[in-house]
Write a protein that binds this ligand. Structure first.
Ligand code: AMP
Ligand code: MN
Ligand code: MN
Ligand code: MN
Length: 277
């Protein structure tokens, strides 16, 4: 069965509504889907509702969320999968992280204003609409204001690691995040481990810290990636006795490296996260 356990909707920084995403996932032949919006369950909630009223949709929708944190000054993302969406623990996590996201947005805006950008908070809020404000919303505002030509440059100059938008101190700690997910009955999965630009030894230390805090899995596949990359991550996953997960990290159509449902198969050597659900 085709699985995609990491996708975004308009509830965070994606461009496809949760309802449309369900339709597209069915058309793509996905059998098991987790909507994992940044620090919100609104997309999952809406998708679950639309799935329950659409008799033609045959899809297993797994509750998901992508929670932001930091470890040793590196911004890290933890996926919560297959938790009880009504649990106090996951609702506490969302409440805390959304407060953190708002305070972080205010701090980022202050720093951008000092760099001469007018009204960044109002601009990013307008673009985010009901979604918790994220850096992609600031990026969009910088493009609309004519400050930068595209998102890549916005991250390179203003929002990426070491720049004004790199504000991490408001997030809950990694152990706290993992505890919320566990308490909610879910599986904590380290998202896209290769994307943090860590040295091999530092990545191993991150994985050890993640495991020591109760993390159970890691993404072995994140979007389109080479066979060599899959092999390297599968080896690490098995060495550390973690479960393996698979996700496209889909945000919008047209990004060839993150297409909905277009992910390599998980290697047979890995135990998939869904085996224990
Ligand atoms: P935030 O959740 O506010 O920290 O924003 C992080 C999100 O920004 C990621 O989930 C991606 O969707 C997006 N992002 C991160 N880095 C880049 C980049 N270099 N170019 C485009 N989008 C990025
Ligand atoms: Mn994102
Ligand atoms: Mn992420
Ligand atoms: Mn993501």
């Amino acid at each position: 069965m085709r699985c995609d356990l990491h996708v975004h909707t308009t509830a965070s920084d994606g461009t496809v509504t949760p309802t449309a995403l369900i339709t597209q996932a069915c058309e793509t032949g996905i059998g098991r889907l987790a909507i994992s919006d940044h620090d919100t369950l609104a997309g999952y909630d809406e998708a679950a509702k639309s799935l329950s009223t659409d008799a033609s949709a045959s899809l297993e929708l797994i509750p998901g969320i992508e929670l932001s944190t930091q470890w040793e000054k590196t911004g890290i993302h933890v996926l919560g999968l297959n938790f009880n969406p009504a649990s106090d623990a996951i609702r506490d996590a969302v409440y805390h992280q959304q407060g953190a996201r708002q305070r972080r947005a205010e701090r980022i805006a202050e720093k951008l204003e000092k760099l001469g950008i007018p009204d960044p908070l109002a601009g990013a809020s307008r673009i985010a609409e009901a979604a918790p404000i994220g850096r992609p919303h600031f990026a969009q505002y910088l493009i609309e204001s004519g400050v930068v030509a595209n998102t890549e440059i916005a991250f390179k100059k203003y929002l990426g690691a070491g720049k004004a938008g790199d504000v991490r101190e408001y997030w809950a700690s990694m152990p706290q995040i993992i505890e919320w997910i566990r308490e909610a009955g879910g599986t904590a999965v380290l998202a896209h481990p290769a994307k943090y630009n860590l040295t091999k030894s530092k990545l191993v230390r991150l994985i050890d810290a993640f495991r020591d805090a109760g993390g159970l899995g890691m993404e072995v596949i994140s979007g389109a990636q080479s066979d060599g990359e899959t092999e390297r991550l599968a080896k690490l996953c098995n060495q550390k006795n973690l479960l393996g997960s698979v996700g496209s990290d889909f945000h919008r159509p047209g990004q060839r490296w993150a297409m909905l449902g277009h992910v390599p198969l998980i290697p047979g050597s890995c135990t998939p996260v869904w085996d224990q659900w």
